[in-house]
Design a binder for this molecule. Structure first.
Ligand SMILES: Nc1nc2c(ncn2[C@@H]2O[C@H](COP(=O)(O)OP(=O)(O)OP(=O)(O)O)[C@@H](O)[C@H]2O)c(=O)[nH]1
Ligand SMILES: [Mg+2]
Length: 297
């Protein structure tokens, strides 16, 4: 072996770990945060409320072209998005679109979107959406220790999104429980100071197609108003949204109803969260530099 071959062999590590493109964990989030200002949004809500469908539908919207005044500018988690969208595609041969349950105990999965305003006036913005199993949510509103355990996670978030299931609000048996649970959780998080004067909250009723179909708009509006009246003054921003990411077949609502307003709230203002920043692997850095354009933001 020549000297040159020896030098090269010495420099190449045995394993190079490449990002698979699936959802990121906390370390991956830190890496993006180290390279760029970003908005991090955490979706919270009971199982089957529609968290994963919502983030998958953002991906689908951007596949179709500009959305909510923004152009798609890249993602570090494209395969992760595709994996969550699969059951909504005709190739899955499902009779109707569906989303696979997020497994309990799999932690928080983060999905990255880089977008740029359609007029190309502003630099690229980075949004990361956090998703976890709704099973985790089941006992959360009852147990103070559980609520406090959310502190490190939510302190790192730019926005926290509470989702109430419109399908449950339309169900006479479940409506009161659905109405109270989300409110109690917001209250517990504020009372324990997990969320406070600096927090930004989106309070969302999902599956709004059920609300419309069952003509319970008045009840649903009362749920939204009650939450706003109770908590808006305790936090920096409290916004209410009516959303149907994937209305039932035959619904008069358009696909992605209400999603544009939600996305616009997320994209501005960008606030880099208080996360511990790790060293960025060279591969991620160069990718982000590419999607970030000349000024790299
Ligand atoms: N009718 C209707 N169904 C929806 C809507 N959004 C989501 N769904 C359906 O609701 C079901 C549950 O959606 P998911 O996105 O898996 O819910 P999740 O909150 O991620 O659930 P977990 O992973 O169990 O916590 C799926 O069958 C979706 O197709 C909507 O706007 N309207
Ligand atoms: Mg899920």
């Amino acid at each position: 072996m020549t000297d040159t071959e020896n030098e090269i062999t010495d420099e190449v590590p045995e394993w190079i770990s490449l990002h698979t493109g699936d959802a990121l964990n906390g370390d991956g989030l830190e890496n993006i945060g180290a390279a760029h200002p970003m908005q991090v949004v955490m979706l919270l809500g009971p199982k089957r409320v529609g968290k994963t469908t919502l983030l998958a539908e953002f991906h689908n919207r951007f596949l179709c072209g500009p959305f909510a005044g923004f152009l798609f500018a890249g993602s570090l988690t494209l395969p992760g998005f595709e994996h969550r969208c699969y059951l909504s595609r005709t190739t899955s041969r499902m009779e109707k679109p569906d989303t696979r349950r997020t497994p309990l105990g799999s932690g928080v999965h983060y999905f990255h979107l880089a977008v740029r305003d359609s007029a190309l006036n502003d630099p690229i913005r980075h949004v990361v959406i956090g998703d976890a199993s709704g099973e985790r949510f089941r006992t959360l509103h009852m147990n103070r220790e559980d609520v406090l355990s959310m502190k490190p996670l939510l302190a790192a978030m730019g926005r926290t999104v509470f989702m109430v299931d419109g399908r449950h609000l339309a169900n006479p048996v479940k409506k009161q429980q659905a109405r109270t649970r989300a409110r109690v959780l917001v209250r517990s998080l504020i009372e324990t100071e997990v969320l406070g004067a600096d927090s930004m909250i989106d309070f969302v009723i999902s599956k709004w197609d059920y609300v419309v179909e069952h003509q319970i708009e008045d009840f649903a509006e009362a749920v939204l108003k009650e939450a706003q009246d109770s908590y808006a003054s305790a936090v920096r921003e409290f916004a209410i949204h009516r959303v149907s990411a994937r209305p039932s077949i035959g619904s008069k609502l358009e696909k992605g109803f209400g999603m544009a307003g939600l996305f616009q709230a997320w994209v501005r203002p960008i606030r880099t969260p208080h996360i511990k920043l790790a060293k960025v692997p060279e591969t991620s850095r160069s990718f982000l530099r590419n999607v970030g354009g000349q000024n790299g933001s």
